[in-house]
Design a protein. Structure first.
Length: 76
């Protein structure tokens, strides 16, 4: 069985430019900035920590379902 390295290199070169990878970059950025925003809200607005944690837990469930079911072929 022969392996064509030219085909493999073309697939890996075009993969970072796909729409999905850009979406994942924004998702990682939002995921990293969310805890920073929560800490700043607690400090700047004197928000109680338990309120911030509770709000985060309420948002975590629907956001997780939205992002995990994206592209799976499910119609939720």
């Amino acid at each position: 069985m022969q392996h064509h390295s030219g085909e493999t290199s073309q697939m890996t070169e075009s993969a970072p430019n796909q729409k999905g990878s850009v979406w994942k970059r924004w998702l990682w950025l939002a995921g990293c900035l969310a805890p920073v925003a929560a800490v700043m809200a607690v400090i700047l607005f004197n928000l109680p920590v338990n309120t911030a944690v509770l709000a985060g837990l309420f948002l975590l469930c629907p956001l997780t379902h939205f992002f995990l079911m994206r592209g799976e072929g499910h119609r939720h």
